[in-house]
Design a protein around this ligand. Structure first.
Ligand code: KG4
Length: 355
C-alpha cells in the first residue's frame, strides 16, 4: 500500500503485541474482519515464579515473535505483499517486552515499505468489542478492567472517548491476582479466583464495597486487605467461600458504577474490555442489569478480552485512517497513558458541571 493510499475495508493490517507475557500477531482486514489471531502465552514459563518475570518475558518474545507472525500469515492464507500496514503496541507494558514487538514491527514495515502505526495497548482494548460487534451503538460506556488498569470511559465513536472514572489504587485484576496468591489458588490469579468462586458461597463473608456511592472512581486495596485480615482471623475459612465473597464484592462495585455511568451519560451501549472482562460473574451481571435497564451490551469473546494482536490491528486501522502513520522512529513507552491531560481536564470540568 502506498503511503498516501486511502484506508478502506480492504486494507490489511498486521498487528503485533508483546507488551507483557503474550506474544501475539494477527491479520485484520478493514478494521473488523479478523483473518487470523495467534496468541502464544508464556503462562507456563512464569507460573513457577507466581508472576511475570520481565527479563524472561523479553527473551521468550524474542524466540517466539518470528514463528508467531509466520503462523498469523499462514492461517490467514496471505503473503507478505498483501500486508498494507503494520500496527504494534508501543505501551504501556514492560520495556524489554515492548521493544521486541516494536523492533519486529519496524523491521517488517521497513522491509515491506508499508506504514507503521504505534498503538496504545489500552486504547486497543476498547476496540476488542468492535471486533465482535462492528455495529456497536454509540455513545457507549466502556469498563476497561485489566491487570494494570480500571477505567470507566464514555466513547462516542472510535478514537473519541472521555474518562469518567478510574481506580485510585489497585487495578481490579491486580486485586484478583493478589488475593489468588494469598489464598494459594494458583496462577494466573483471575481465572483461579473465578473457578474457586463457582464452588463457594458468595454471601459467606460481607466484604466492603469501597466508594460504592461515591462518584465513579474505584478503590480495591482496602478490599484486598480485608480479605487478608479475615483469613488471618479465621484460618479455617473455606478459600472457595472467600473467593466467591471477594469476587462478588468487586463485581458489585464495578457493575453499579458502570450502570450509573451509562445512565448519567445517556449511553446506548455498555461495553466490557480487558482481562477481567473474562470473569463469569462480571459478564452475567452486566448482561442481566444492562438488559433490565434497556442498554445494548457488547461483551468481547473471552479470547478478545485478554491480550491479543487482533485488537492492536483493529485499533491500528482506525488510527491510520484518522491520524495517519507513525514515524519509523517511534519508541516503546512503558508508562504510556490513555488519560491525556485534556481528558483529565474534561473529567474535572464534567465533575464541576454536575455539582
Ligand atoms: O488485559 P490483560 O490480559 O492484561 C493486562 O493487564 O494488560 O488482563 C490480565 C488480568 C489479570 O489480572 C488476570 O488475573 C485477569 O485479567 N483475569 C481475570 C479473569 N481472567 C483474566 N480476572 C477475573 N476473572 C477472570 N476470569
Amino acid at each position: 500500500m502506498s503511503r498516501n493510499a486511502p484506508v478502506t475495508d480492504a486494507t490489511v493490517v498486521l498487528g503485533i503485541e508483546t507488551s507483557c507475557d503474550e506474544t501475539a500477531a494477527a491479520i485484520v482486514m478493514g478494521g473488523t474482519d479478523v483473518l487470523s489471531s495467534v496468541v502464544s502465552s508464556q503462562i507456563d514459563i512464569h507460573a513457577k515464579f507466581g508472576g511475570v518475570v520481565p527479563e524472561i518475558a523479553s527473551r521468550a518474545h524474542l524466540e517466539l515473535i518470528g514463528p508467531v507472525v509466520a503462523e498469523a500469515l499462514d492461517t490467514a492464507h496471505i503473503h507478505n505483499e498483501r500486508i498494507d500496514a503494520v500496527a504494534v503496541t508501543v505501551g504501556p507494558g514492560l520495556i524489554g517486552a515492548l521493544l521486541v514487538g516494536v523492533a519486529a514491527a519496524k523491521a517488517t514495515a521497513f522491509a515491506l515499505d508499508v506504514p507503521l502505526i504505534g498503538v496504545n495497548h489500552l486504547e486497543a482494548h476498547l476496540y476488542a468489542a468492535l471486533l465482535d460487534d462492528p455495529n456497536l451503538e454509540f455513545p457507549a460506556v466502556v469498563l476497561l478492567v485489566s491487570g494494570g488498569n480500571t477505567l470507566l470511559l464514555s466513547m462516542d465513536g472510535p478514537g473519541n472517548y472521555r474518562l469518567l472514572g478510574a481506580t485510585i489504587d489497585d487495578a481490579a485484576g491486580e486485586a484478583f491476582d493478589k488475593v489468588a496468591r494469598f489464598l494459594d489458588l494458583g496462577y494466573p490469579g483471575g481465572p483461579a479466583v473465578d473457578a474457586a468462586a463457582q464452588r463457594g458461597n458468595p454471601r459467606a463473608v460481607d466484604f466492603p464495597r469501597a466508594m460504592m456511592h461515591d462518584g465513579l472512581d474505584f478503590s480495591f486495596s482496602g478490599l484486598k486487605t480485608a480479605v487478608m485480615n479475615h483469613v488471618r482471623k479465621h484460618p479455617d475459612v473455606s478459600s472457595d467461600d472467600v473467593a466467591a465473597s471477594f469476587q462478588t464484592a468487586v463485581v458489585d462495585v464495578l457493575v453499579a458504577k458502570l450502570m450509573r455511568a451509562a445512565r448519567e451519560t445517556s449511553a446506548r451501549s455498555v461495553v466490557l474490555g480487558g482481562g477481567v472482562a473474562a470473569n463469569s460473574l462480571l459478564r452475567s451481571e452486566v448482561e442481566r442489569l444492562a438488559a433490565a435497564d434497556g442498554f445494548r451490551v457488547a461483551l468481547p469473546s473471552r479470547a478478545m478480552c485478554t491480550d491479543n494482536a487482533a485488537m492492536i490491528a483493529a485499533a491500528g486501522w482506525y488510527r491510520l485512517r484518522d491520524n495517519g502513520p507513525s514515524g519509523l522512529d517511534i519508541g516503546a513507552v512503558p508508562n504510556l497513558s490513555l488519560v491525556t491531560d485534556t481528558v483529565r481536564t474534561n473529567r474535572a470540568a464534567s465533575h464541576r458541571d454536575r455539582r
